[in-house]
Design a protein around this ligand. Structure first.
Ligand code: KG4
Ligand code: ZN
Length: 348
């Protein structure tokens, strides 16, 4: 079979990313993060779109150069089509359409969450189905039952804030830069996770949904009550560790509960929050104890990146050549309404 070279584009939020894949192997994956949003405490949609526009052509050229290819070698284009910030998505989609028209290359619009869902597969060949897959990012906290690359269903989701949003909002209360998840992770390593007890909302409900807005409010009241003058600096590591533990505890508990209820021996995690060191540590302990196979993406593939978009596009590309398989793509915008709302909330 001839090799398929995919050029993948991701621009749904504040990362401009272009990747080149040879079949499912990543040849290059360039991610340019728009760090300047931190001065505003959140992503400014209009600035995100304009920055994508300024960056996308250069990053595409760099990705091709790094892969030692030219645009005429490419036979498939993948682009994130939803969900995300509308202006940001339009930049990627229109750029992809332009390349597709000019060079007559088929184009695959890819759902961003679908990209995250399989990002652990980029480095893991022995990945088994069925699998319980948890996507935890700044805009999403969703648990899927995944039966194959094209067959999955949502089992549970956040009913308010996403886990990453909770990290970011708590970080902001602690005076940390946006996005604050990785900074909380860093401070937490120096703190005592049991020093303060923050609520684990919906941990013991019978469904597989999450809620993180109560935790955020609880941290706010805790700070107002105990540090009315904002002088929490000597306690910041303990507060970060305790708040992080509340999030990680619920995430771990729920995903393990789903896997054991469905008697499934594969769990994968993905999205920016899956980079969290305490989440990885706790999940590794629990999955080892229960003899469950855990797949967590390399850090490069946890955050938004185009390689994950190219990977699932490649799977679709080869599937379309085989008419014996049926597509059963169960993601639709209606199901993802919380996620879309999260994007709106996340943006300032
Ligand atoms: O997947 P991602 O890059 O973008 C979205 O699709 O949302 O995820 C970004 C989110 C942010 O909320 C960020 O604070 C969080 O991932 N994040 C982390 C860590 N690294 C990134 N949260 C906790 N611990 C980390 N190490
Ligand atoms: Zn994402």
């Amino acid at each position: 079979m001839n090799k398929i070279y995919t050029l993948a584009i991701e621009s749904s939020c504040d990362e401009t990313s272009v990747a080149i894949l040879e079949n499912q192997e990543v040849l290059s994956n360039i991610v340019s993060t728009q760090y300047f949003h931190s001065i505003y405490g959140g992503v400014i949609p209009e600035l995100a779109a304009r920055t994508h526009l300024a960056a996308i052509a250069g990053i595409t050229q760099s990705a091709l150069t790094q892969a030692n290819l030219s645009i005429t070698d490419i036979n498939s284009i993948a682009v994130t089509s939803e969900p995300g910030l509308v202006g940001a998505l339009l930049v990627g989609s229109n750029f992809a359409k332009g390349l597709s028209l000019k060079y007559q290359i088929p184009i695959y619009p890819i759902n961003h969450i679908e990209g995250h869902l399989y990002s652990g597969h980029l480095q893991e060949n022995n990945f088994g189905f069925p699998c319980i897959s948890m996507v935890v990012s700044g805009g999403h906290t969703t648990i899927f039952l995944v039966k194959s690359y094209f067959e999955y269903e949502i089992l549970g989701s956040t009913i308010d804030d996403a886990a990453g949003e909770a990290f970011d909002k708590i970080a902001k209360m602690l005076g940390l830069d946006y996005p604050g998840g990785a900074l909380i992770d860093k401070l937490a390593k120096l703190g005592d996770k049991d020093k303060y007890s923050f609520p684990r909302s919906m941990k013991n409900t019978n469904d597989y949904n999450f809620s993180f807005s109560g935790l955020k409010t609880s941290v706010r009241y805790f700070l107002q009550k105990n540090f009315p003058n904002g002088d929490f600096i000597n306690e910041i590591n303990n507060i970060a560790a305790s708040a992080q533990e509340a999030i990680v505890d619920v995430l771990t508990h729920k995903v393990i509960k789903v896997a054991t209820s469905y008697n499934i021996k594969n769990i994968s995690i993905s999205g920016g929050v899956s980079a969290n060191s305490r989440l990885r540590e706790k999940l590794e302990q629990e999955t080892q104890r229960l003899q469950i196979n855990l797949v967590s993406p390399e850090l490069e593939y946890c955050i938004d990146n185009a390689a994950m978009i190219g990977f699932i596009a490649y799977k679709k590309h080869i599937q379309q050549g085989d008419n014996s398989q049926e597509t059963n793509n169960q993601l639709n915008p209606g199901q993802l309404k919380y996620s879309v709302r999260s994007y709106a909330l996340r943006a300032r």
